[in-house]
Design a protein. Structure first.
Length: 211
């Protein structure tokens, strides 16, 4: 009956350890790591979009300055043509001026919109980086807790097994050694007993022969 309970206890302990091992394999830390990797990839995409927006803002700036310079140039040319009495040249210069001026105004607004959008995007990007940093720190904290939990689990397992198996085995070995010691002691006593009786028997025979 004792062996039956022992086997049952060992079987239950093994089942518990298997369940714990399976749970470790399904550890949510893996899901968290996957989420963080995806978030880092998204952060990289946003960084590239920011760089693209910077280039776009610079392009708007260059186009604005080019259109503004051409508008100023055509304005001066229109004034020269008007003073010279060249009506056709004056009309062409005025038309060109209005087109460049309209384009410069539109580019100026587009550039300002790009700057405003870039500012908001940079602010949100910084918030994103802070959140990701906080999540990485939180993951480190959880990893520390997970390490402690795993270490405690392993320690408890060793202690539980040491409480049952090794010490019971020591008791068996000690009992075996005590049995050997008893047999050796008993055999020694039996051997010396026979020797003592043999000597006594010889002494008696000698005494009888002398008498």
């Amino acid at each position: 009956m004792g062996n039956l309970f022992k086997r049952l206890k060992d079987s239950l302990a093994a089942d518990v350890h298997d369940l714990l091992d399976q749970k470790e394999q399904k550890n949510p830390m893996a899901s968290l790591n996957h989420y963080l990797r995806q978030s880092e990839q998204e952060k990289e995409k946003v960084r590239k979009l920011l760089e693209r927006q910077y280039r776009l803002k610079d392009e708007f700036t260059r186009e604005f300055h080019r259109a503004d310079e051409l508008a100023q140039k055509r304005q001066k040319q229109a004034e020269i043509a008007e003073k010279a009495g060249e009506a056709e040249l004056h009309a062409f210069a005025v038309q060109e001026y209005e087109e460049y001026r309209s384009r410069a105004d539109r580019l100026k607004q587009s550039r300002q919109d790009a700057v405003d959008q870039l500012s908001r995007l940079e602010e949100k990007y910084e918030q994103m980086k802070h959140k990701l940093k906080d999540m990485h720190l939180r993951r480190m904290e959880l990893m520390g807790r997970e390490n402690i939990a795993r270490a405690n689990h392993q320690i408890d397992r060793v202690i539980d097994e040491a409480s049952d198996k090794p010490f019971s085995r020591f008791a068996e070995i000690e009992s075996f050694i005590e049995g050997l010691e008893y047999k050796i002691d008993h055999a020694y006593k039996r051997s010396t007993f026979d020797q003592k009786i043999s000597r006594l028997e010889k002494q008696l025979e000698q005494e009888n022969s002398l008498s």
